[in-house]
Design a protein around this ligand. Structure first.
Ligand code: ZN
Length: 417
């Protein structure tokens, strides 16, 4: 038996698993198209079950098709320490988003198996169903049911573009169990993921200790002016909705910059009516996405946003209405789980920084019911949800090693707690 502190995962084996599973739904451009509950998803699920069983695990399913590979501990009355992420991808997804978290978990199982080490808690690796939301919207559906954010009826009723519901697709491919989703206690949850952003790579850091997920708010803004002739209406007598919107969009940019570097403001959709070269636009609708890691700062940004838009509308002789369409509060991960990630990183000597996730993950919803933390590793140029998504083998190995040591630390400390 190897001493805990010297244990490492088998990096080349993890890389091989990543390349092996990339064949299920592999695209000519080197990416993956593996939509949730598709035939390809069934194949990777079968691979995951078989691989974990060979490492001494028992694989079970809950009513949402979430897949749990359980390696027994010495005290199986204790709730398991969970590791997980997702094996589904975007239609033009990459080889690492989600997959690294599940296969990193498999590499932890393999390290324990090889070392012949029995942890106190059972260790479970989870594959959450339909994280991407590409086939069934919204994203993180099954971890959302697990975390009590969505009801199972709602989730199972979500239909794909062909009208097939998630519930029907699940019955069709199998991989569904009797255990009601959410009735699966756990002591802690760790998720390893590529950053999907450029910060770690730019700063030459190997590990991101993810402290939480930023708060986000979405709005639809409608500016109403007056359609008028472009040739006969003097500049001083116009009520131009698009000129107003242009100034507002600039305002959104400045509000975010004033709360930099963490404040973010994006206008992603603009619709202009009536849409004719020689007509002054009478109505413009655009979306706004505001983000910040701190709820109170985002609240302040929202206040400035309302004031700025109202001021601009008045000075442009137009009217504005703002409709909030989505609010997501900041998530702060569990301090004990974070300390396990931090001490694992330190012990292994990897360079690191604390980081707030800009994207949603299964961990966001799992965190509602289980103490949770995440680990990020760099990805090439921060590119993700893209077939060109790429990560370096030493980084995937490092991330899985931190995962292993975070789990061992949690196992040692939780039993004495
Ligand atoms: Zn993901």
């Amino acid at each position: 038996m190897v001493a805990h502190s010297n244990m490492v995962i088998d990096g080349p084996a993890l890389w091989l698993d990543l390349m092996e599973t990339a064949k299920f739904g592999g695209t000519p451009k080197g990416g993956i198209c593996r939509l949730a509950l598709s035939e390809e998803d069934a194949k990777v699920r079968a691979w995951f079950a078989k691989t974990c069983e060979a490492l001494g695990c028992t694989v079970t399913y809950d009513s949402m098709g979430n897949q749990f590979a359980r390696r027994p501990g010495s005290n199986n009355d204790l709730p398991p320490i969970m590791i997980g992420s997702h094996l589904d991808t975007q239609p033009t997804g990459g080889k690492f988003d989600g997959i690294l978290g599940v296969l990193g978990g498999v590499s932890v199982l393999r390290a324990l198996h090889t070392a012949g080490l029995t942890t106190v808690h059972p260790i479970e690796v989870v594959n959450w169903t339909n994280e991407e939301g590409a086939r069934f919207t919204p994203p993180m559906l099954a971890s959302g049911v697990f975390g009590g954010v969505f009801t199972q009826d709602y989730a199972k009723g979500r239909a794909d573009k062909n009208g097939i519901t998630l519930g029907q697709a699940l019955e069709e491919i199998g991989f569904v169990g009797q255990e009601p989703c959410g009735q699966h206690p756990a002591s802690a949850y760790f998720e390893l993921h590529i950053e999907q952003g450029p910060v770690l790579e730019a700063e030459h850091k190997t590990i991101g200790i993810v402290t939480g997920v930023q708060a986000m708010r979405w709005y639809t803004v409608t500016v109403t002016g007056q359609d008028a002739h472009a040739g006969t209406t003097p500049m001083t007598m116009r009520s131009d909705a698009l000129w107003t919107a242009a100034r507002m969009i600039d305002g959104v940019h400045h509000i975010a910059m004033a709360h930099g570097p963490d404040g973010l403001g994006t206008v992603g959709i603009v619709n202009c009516q009536p849409g004719s070269s020689n007509v002054i636009p009478g109505q413009v609708q655009f979306t706004v996405d505001l983000r910040h890691p701190a709820d109170d700062v985002l609240e302040g940004m929202e206040k400035e946003f309302y004031e700025t838009l109202s001021h601009i509308a008045t000075s442009c002789e137009t009217q504005v209405s703002i409709e909030p369409t989505w609010v997501s509060a900041a998530v702060h991960f569990d301090s004990f789980c974070l300390s396990c990630v931090e001490s694992g990183t330190e012990k292994l000597g990897y360079s690191s920084r604390k980081i707030v996730s800009g994207a949603g993950h299964d961990a966001v919803y799992v965190a509602k019911v289980v103490p949770t933390a995440m680990i990020f590793v760099p990805c090439w140029k921060g590119i993700s949800h893209n077939e060109a998504e790429s990560a370096e083998q030493p980084d995937t190995t490092a991330g899985a090693n931190v995962l292993l040591h975070a789990v061992l630390q949690a196992d040692a400390q939780l039993q004495t707690a």
